[in-house]
Design a protein around this ligand. Sequence first.
Ligand code: SF4
Length: 410
Amino acid sequence: MTVNAEIDSILQRAADGGRITPEEALLLYTDAPFHALGEAADAVRRRRYPDGIVTYLIDRNINYTNVCVTACKFCAFFRAPKHKEGWSHPMEEILHRCGEAVDLGATQVMLQGGHHPDYGIEYYENLFSSVKQAYPELVIHSIGPSEILHMAKVSGTSIEEAVLRIKAAGLDSIAGAGAEMLPERPRKAIAPLKESGARWLEVMAIAHRNGLSSTATMMMGTGETNAERIEHIRMIRDVQDLAVANGYQDTPVEAEGTGGFRSFIPWTYQPENNHLKGRTQATNMEYLRFVAMSRLFFDNVAHLQASWLTTGKDVGQLSLHMGVDDLGSIMLEENVISSAGAKHRSNLLELISMIRTADRIPAQRDTLYRHLAVHRTEADDPTDERVMSHFSSIAIAGGGRKNLPLVEAS
Ligand code: SF4
């Protein structure tokens, strides 16, 4: 078989829902014609979501501290303990920000922070139970395996105990944060003090079997090889196979094989204000090809999310033709990735327009991808012009604006 015939055959099998091997995924990623790759990925999206709906979410990323002992080289957000720019928000401030988010229609908060040396399980129990008590309608999709390992270590407990206690306190879903690159070589190069990729997945598997589903992410563009990118998603797919086989699922199953990971979210490394010198960012084509190949590779993960925050809105919209069915969040507040240089912002009407002009039907979703509002025509569009991204910088004391200005004005 010629290489072209082999690629055609793999694309056809994947488009039809068949499984492809990591070797085949690498061949598609590096050699498949761009349009054929995108068309096959889009065929998978159409089969999974024949209604043509592309979803978005309204949420706010709230950072409780930038103090961190893990010092990842790519991170522009953290400050070492005792650094004069280190800060931790009191609960009152976190609840204030949750309240602003609710006012703007947010359905989810993502509470994210550094590995503070004093924050054990008790801190997180208090954090989640306080937010749940004040705003029971907010879904807490927060932290990641790194934070769970950190809190278990600080409190001297097992991972399982940490997972069960924070779930009981109100955590609804685990964010895919901290995956970055899971294979050992690139992970050690960019985050030498972080847990291994295998450990990251072990925590996710424990969470899945205890009824907490999650997302999975990948940060591309810090010098990893193409084969290492494929290895990253191979590791995630294997853990998802286990979740599906064991029926670890606490969410309504809207598409086959949702398992423990509800979605995969690749995003591109942002190079400013950190300690990774001389790294090249992933190009737009690398990103788009990877998105499409991921849709073909992940036959057991329901959703694929674009990262318009790091790639820009044009590339975000293009990805809707590469198998993507979700544009993610409007992000009422974001401080972590924007600290490293991501400057793209959007508002609700623009996000909806990006979806509609890509010939898809926009819909607001909740954390579990249930449709909350389908905007079939412009008459169905929301009218609240206050709902927009607010990015800030750790250069501003407290890690961001104290109040969202448009909320103040209302
Ligand atoms: S990425 Fe997270 S764990 Fe790593 S230094 Fe930044 S805040 Fe700390």
